[in-house]
Design a protein around this ligand. Structure first.
Ligand code: UD1
Ligand code: UDP
Length: 381
């Protein structure tokens, strides 16, 4: 019998789950690989939404989430919990994704256990230690611990090489988020939720601004300014309306409620399952967000994105013209909102589908690379 290698995929939050789901699917179809899944559940409800959608049953679930968790506390508990899992399972390879606390803690625990680490979505950088916070540093530290780097774009690869990473340990794959998106958005998709149907009916003929915010560095005043700009633009453009699935972070919720609660044409809703969310994005006029994943998805749907941040580690769609960095100050965000709603040419200039993040086959490339590595066909670094 052919030997089976245990590749353990580790994640904890909604975006990691969305972006690792295609990788798990491919690994499960790869001969000679036994794919196991460990979740920290740094997120709980938002993670479970994705696990259910993609039918992923974790082999280990550390159930770590606490309301208002702090970074040191979460890091310590993830490090301890994952170390225990790795000690029991002794995987051949650990796969982590991106830049969360789970990602960094898993890479560190794997290093302590002398287990090789594959880093999916490696090499994104802003060059600013505190933006995004703490993700820029989580990603760099994970890069320092990783043995294989799956870079989504040539820019990400170049970032790694500039930091002295061995070229043969880097593979450009595309971003697995595009794999997930292409499998999810359908022109004939029907929204099951009555609430969404009602919102879409009420907005019919109008222009939907789809909004999400959650970044730690935007909590408090920056979020307040962003939301105030939205309130003002809704006064100026009576056909515009906002759909805002609000992140479960209690701090985000507090600010959202205080500025946007009970306003006409502002629909504050619970986080959506990935399927309705992605299909809603395909129907939006444009998106305003501080999310990483949405910055990658919306351009491939031809939707302009206002990124309410001062930096981005995803410069490709800015270069392609579909993403604009709008900052977080009231006047600047308002300027961008007015431009997209009031200047047809500017809108059309941004509303062109661009696909700098992948062709939908990233997960297959990663699985194939792991298969070859397990066979010794690729030299391990
Ligand atoms: C985390 C990641 C961030 C990622 C984001 C995706 C870190 C440090 N941050 O940020 O990189 O972009 O996830 O959304 O790793 N909560 C719930 N239910 C949930 C999820 C969160 O109630 O399903 C609440 C809890 O009170 C929790 C708080 O949100 O304490 C913050 O969650 P946490 O994972 O610490 O940070 P995020 O802002 O979600
Ligand atoms: N998303 C979702 N439901 C929502 C909002 C977002 O499924 O209500 C998806 C979105 O399509 C993207 C991912 O969640 O794939 C982004 O997650 P988030 O913004 O929380 O994290 P980030 O990408 O910034 O790390």
């Amino acid at each position: 019998m052919e030997q089976e290698y245990n590749v353990m995929v580790v994640f904890g939050t909604r975006p990691e789950a969305i972006k690792m789901a295609p990788v798990i699917k491919e690994l499960r179809m790869t001969p000679g690989i036994h794919c196991t899944v460990a979740v920290t559940a740094q997120h709980r409800e938002m993670l479970d939404q994705v696990l259910n959608l993609f039918g992923i049953m974790p082999d280990y679930d550390l159930n770590l989430m606490r309301r208002g968790q702090t970074l040191p506390d979460l890091t310590c508990r993830a490090l301890n919990g994952l170390s225990e899992v790795f000690r029991k399972e002794k995987p051949f390879l650990i796969l982590v994704h991106g830049d969360t606390t789970t990602t960094f803690a898993a890479a560190l625990a794997a290093f302590y256990a002398r287990i090789p680490v594959g880093h999916v979505e490696a090499g994104l950088r802003t060059g600013d230690k505190y933006s995004p916070y703490p993700e820029e540093i989580n990603r760099k530290l994970t890069g320092a611990l990783a043995d294989v780097h799956y870079a989504p774009t040539p820019t990400a690869r170049a970032n790694l090489l500039r930091e002295g990473v061995e070229p043969r340990s880097v593979l450009v794959t595309g971003n697995t988020v595009i794999d997930a998106l292409l499998a999810t958005v359908r022109p004939d998709y029907r929204f099951e939720s009555e609430e969404l149907q009602r919102i879409l009916r009420a907005g019919s003929g109008g222009r939907m601004i789809l909004v999400t915010t959650h970044r730690r560095e935007n909590l408090g005043e920056p979020m307040r300014e962003i939301y105030r700009a939205l309130v003002q633009v809704l006064v100026e453009f009576p056909d515009a309306y906002v759909v805002f699935p609000v992140h479960r972070n209690p701090e985000v919720r507090k600010t959202v409620r205080s500025v946007l609660g009970d306003l006409p044409r502002v629909h504050l809703i619970e986080p959506l399952d990935y399927e309705p969310f992605a299909n809603l994005m395909a129907r939006a006029h444009f998106v305003l967000t501080d999310s990483g994943g949405i910055q990658e998805e919306a351009p491939s749907l031809g939707k302009p994105v206002l990124v309410v941040r001062d930096t981005t580690e995803r410069p490709e769609a800015v270069a392609a013209g579909t993403v604009a960095l709008a900052g977080t100050e009231y006047e600047r965000v308002l300027w961008h909102l007015r431009r997209l709603l009031g200047d047809k040419a500017a809108y059309e200039g941004m509303a062109r589908a661009a696909n700098p993040y992948g062709d939908g086959r990233a997960a297959r490339r990663i699985a194939e690379h792991i298969r070859k590595r397990s066979r010794g066909l690729i030299e391990s670094s």
